[in-house]
Design a protein around this ligand. Structure first.
Ligand code: CA
Length: 254
């Protein structure tokens, strides 16, 4: 019965397909504009930062789905940004595509050792950049448990997105449409931290131009209810202080 209600509800507000957000960190305005243009045209949401410190600020404001990071930056180098990202639990899962003007093999190795997911040498074709970004995002969503049939799983939690059904250890859970979308947002980016603003935009389908206080209160209240419903399998939804929330990956520590 509850499932039927959910389904009707969801049909009235069709599921918004998630648009990956890409943060482009590049100090050369022409290159930054070109990359932003290409990726926007491909349907991504793109933000740009022109320096390392600016990039870190943007990442703390909202953790992106992918970082396109130039190595040569003023203030803080791309390597230092990457290092800072990997040291912070809330951001260490963000995939990174590193751009470099250098061709040396050792640069490539250093970058990959530091945790970059891929590497692109300038000058590159816009097409190549788009393909690399798509490949990284695809791998990243596969590793976070998103499958083609839109069945999301995380430990004992299983979500059938099409049927709007969630089971916990085989038992069906009674979630409100908002709780469902909230859990879906967390499951789709399992292991990665999402800000309250992101969750608000995805679960409530609103542009989150409300105050931080209201964002916090609204999201926190629904997270609390969702946690209560998932209670018996432990602390799945983790609070990441100063950032937001993330769904714990089964078997992963803290
Ligand atoms: Ca540069």
């Amino acid at each position: 019965m509850k499932v039927a209600i959910l389904r009707t509800d969801m049909e009235q507000a069709p599921q918004k397909s998630r648009t990956p957000r890409i943060l482009v960190v590049e100090d050369e305005p022409d290159i930054a504009a070109l990359i932003a243009y290409q990726l926007t045209r491909e349907g991504f949401r793109v933000e740009t930062s022109a320096s390392g410190p600016e990039a870190l600020k943007a990442i703390h404001r909202e953790v992106p789905d992918l970082l396109v990071l130039d190595r040569m930056l003023p203030g803080l180098s791309g390597d230092e940004v990457l290092k800072a990202l990997k040291e912070e639990p809330a951001t260490q899962g963000v995939p990174v595509l590193v751009l470099t003007a250098k061709r040396e093999q050792e640069d490539r190795i250093t970058g990959l050792e530091m945790g970059a997911d891929d590497y692109l040498t300038k000058p590159f074709s816009p097409r190549e950049l788009v393909l690399r970004c798509r490949a990284i995002l695809r791998r990243s969503s596969e590793s976070s448990g998103v499958s083609g049939g839109r069945i999301l799983t995380s430990g004992p939690i299983r979500m059938d997105v099409g049927a709007h059904q969630v089971t916990l250890g085989g038992e069906e859970l009674n979630l409100t449409p908002t709780e469902f979308r909230l859990l879906q947002a967390l499951m789709e980016r399992r292991g990665r931290t999402q800000s309250r603003r992101q969750l608000l935009e995805e679960a409530w389908d609103v542009e989150a131009d409300v105050s931080d206080r209201i964002q916090t209160r609204t999201v926190d209240m629904h997270i609390r209810r969702l946690r209560a419903k998932l209670d018996d399998v432990g602390d799945w939804i983790e609070t990441v202080r100063g950032f937001g929330y993330r769904l714990r990956v089964p078997g992963a520590e803290g």
